[in-house]
Design a protein around this ligand. Structure first.
Ligand code: HEC
Length: 153
């Protein structure tokens, strides 16, 4: 019982720090993988020119695997091993991210959301950023088909 209280207390502490780091004016939100569409508002800010850029790796059969390795190295510690989200960062397997254009995601990676603790990734070479975009996009699909494996024979 004591152990459980300790665990939930530390969990609460993490949630509080997380919520405060996000925005002090917002009410506390549940920790990961809490879903809050407002988190993804930044994606709407991509300028049209950035949004419409094509992914030069769109047809590269190796890009998803390369992106997966990069994700593991740079992103998983916050977003979770399969981008499912963690107390540190939101899930990327949500409609807001999956329906964003490749150019939008590239722009987001390039600029980060520094005030909300999403780092800038401009230090990664452009090809690596595009490979990451391919990987992220491979996780969802148009209708966010997270349950579709059953549909595939
Ligand atoms: C230090 C923790 C951290 C790391 C590492 C990190 N992120 Fe994030 N990321 C965040 C946080 C926090 C947010 C939420 C930002 C917000 O509220 O807009 C976020 C948001 C995002 C979003 C959604 C955009 C949005 O509007 O919030 C994408 C896409 C994303 N990250 C991709 C990545 C990728 C790809 C990597 C690895 C190259 C990465 N992140 C590494 C913390 C991190």
């Amino acid at each position: 019982m004591k152990a459980m209280a300790a665990v939930s207390a530390s969990f609460l502490a993490v949630s509080v720090v997380w919520a405060q780091s996000r925005s002090s004016s917002k009410p506390l939100v549940a920790a990961a993988p809490g879903y809050d569409p407002a988190i993804y508002a930044e994606l709407q800010k991509a300028p049209a020119k950035a949004r419409n850029r094509r992914n030069p790796f769109e047809n590269d059969p190796h890009a998803v695997a390369a992106g997966a390795i990069l994700f593991e190295q740079h992103c998983a510690e916050c977003h979770g091993k399969s981008a499912e989200g963690s107390p540190k960062a939101p899930s990327l397997v949500v409609r807001e991210v999956q329906s964003a254009t490749p150019g939008t995601l590239f722009w987001l990676l390039t600029n980060g959301v520094v005030r909300k603790k999403m780092p800038v990734w401009s230090k990664l070479p452009e090809p690596q950023r595009w490979q990451l975009v391919r990987y992220i996009k491979s996780l969802g699909g148009p209708a966010l088909r997270v349950e579709s494996p059953a549909a595939q024979p």
